[in-house]
Design a protein. Structure first.
Length: 473
């Protein structure tokens, strides 16, 4: 008796004939591979010929001469500063904060307290648009004074977001307008938690954001620790970013910033520390033993001369390290290929050892490391059946990528995410196709933002580039 032929399974998307790099182990690369996607998750990964007859997709994506990778996970960013792209690089960090960053933070906090959310609205839209066009499928956005309605933008854009509310209660920079009253900050945190929980499962998370040990009292950090534990949410904080911070904490408490944070009970597996530059061997052991993760921001650290984080030593010790762009005011882009490249070069230079942080390990920081740092390694970070379908396709045909002698090395050392990422899928949803963003009108997003900041910054007496006096729509 003849058997009835098995019909192909109907699925949402089949990505075919690409160079599939699942990021589950260095040698696992499929040079003619396919990825099946259905109901927001990865259904299968394998050789193209094996998957060809198994599935009947609603959409078929030809990935010939494309690399297929997990989406980038950017674990530390400030969308507000995307409005400050190309800002000053001719001053110290303290002067930069005083003249560039602080006035805009004061504006954001003041506007929020007056019920005006336009500044953060435009900043968040600009940040999401650039992130997705650069292949970032998960973004931690550490922001000041953001109304819960702004989380709508993440959903509209189609990006996975970890929204982080920055809190501070010590006026380190003599800018009282930067400090939101704590009763209002805690109430806002509660509202943001509720809004994040109301989003589609796994798409928006909330974290408490502590500015840094310099600008937060012990009491605030311990209260945030208590609330985070009680509410089941995580914490993000700048740690040991500058020599100034290290000296300040050491002079006040006789400890390094990491030791101080451990002793007040803040650190733990649900804490992600940004930068972590000024560390000694004991600090690295503390981060490992407490399970505290690190967001490495190499380009920011270089541009504002913070220093070079001991990434090689942290990785060797077993600390979870991820990669981040920080902001477009101190980077000045959201190119995670570039961030991986700079991270690798910086460690090779500081260690004077060319074998340190090879290309595959640097690329891991941008996806696998990010997933682990955010506690999402069971859901994202690799192209593994069952995980959420956060996938990017990278065009391999441009001259700056060819000839290809080692696919991973070529990507890390040659690729440009904003130019070469041509397809982006987040949670099974196609959001970038043929290099174009499908969920937002990019020109409208940027034109509206530019019109707004020219007017708003001019009204506030803040610097506006003369470019906008002569180059108008």
């Amino acid at each position: 008796m003849e058997q009835t032929p098995t019909l192909p399974q109907e699925i949402d998307i089949l990505i075919e004939h690409g160079v599939v790099i699942p990021m589950d182990e260095p040698e696992h690369i499929l040079y003619d591979g396919s990825v099946a996607v259905h109901a927001g998750r990865i259904l299968a990964v394998g050789p193209a010929e094996e998957l060809a007859g198994r599935f009947a997709p609603q959409k078929r994506i030809d990935a010939r001469k494309r690399a297929v990778l997990p989406g980038f996970v950017d674990t530390h960013h400030h969308c507000l500063q995307n409005l400050l792209k190309g800002s000053r690089d001719d001053c110290t960090l303290a002067d930069w904060i005083d003249s560039v960053s602080a006035p805009r933070i004061v504006m954001a906090v003041g506007d929020y307290l007056r019920g005006n959310y336009e500044l953060q609205y435009h900043a968040t839209r600009v940040g999401c648009a650039e992130a997705l066009r650069s292949g970032i499928t998960t973004l931690l956005n550490m922001e000041w004074a953001t109304d819960p309605s702004l989380l709508d933008i993440y959903e509209e854009a189609g990006i996975r977001a970890i929204h982080t509310l920055t809190m501070t209660d010590y006026d380190q920079w003599n800018r009282p307008g930067m400090i939101m009253p704590l009763d209002k900050a805690y109430a806002l945190a509660e509202a943001l938690i509720a809004r994040a929980q109301a989003a589609k499962e796994g798409m928006i998370y909330f974290r408490y954001g502590l500015a840094c040990p310099n600008s937060c009292t012990t009491e605030l950090m311990q209260e945030v620790r208590r609330r985070a534990t009680e509410q089941g949410v995580a914490i993000h904080i700048h740690i040991a970013e500058t020599e100034f911070e290290w000296n300040n904490i050491h002079n006040r408490y006789g400890k390094t910033p990491v030791q101080y944070l451990r002793d007040i009970g803040l650190l733990g597996p649900d804490v992600l520390g940004a930068h972590c530059i000024w560390l000694n061997e004991e600090d690295i052991r503390i981060l490992r033993d407490t399970g505290t993760s690190v967001a490495h921001c190499p380009e920011c650290n270089m541009k504002i001369a913070d220093g070079a984080a001991p990434i090689a030593e942290m990785l060797a010790a077993g600390v979870t390290v991820s990669l981040a762009t920080d902001s477009c005011a101190v980077n000045d882009n959201m190119d995670m290929f570039e961030a991986a490249r700079v991270a690798a070069f910086l460690q090779k230079l500081r260690m004077k050892e060319a074998c340190v942080l090879p290309a595959y390990q640097a690329l891991e920081l941008a996806n696998v490391g990010g997933a682990r740092a955010l506690g999402l390694e069971q859901e994202i970070g690799t192209l593994t059946p069952g995980k959420r379908a956060d996938i990017i396709l990278v065009d391999l045909t441009a001259p700056h990528l060819r000839p290809i002698n080692n696919i991973v090395n070529n990507l890390v050392y040659c690729a440009s995410a904003p130019h070469d990422v041509v397809t982006v899928i987040v949670d099974g949803r196609l959001v970038v196709e043929d290099g174009g963003l499908l969920t937002m009108d990019v020109e409208e997003v940027y034109s509206a933002a530019e019109r707004y900041i020219v007017r708003r910054f001019s009204e506030a007496g803040l610097y506006v580039s003369p470019y906008y006096r002569f180059q108008r729509d």
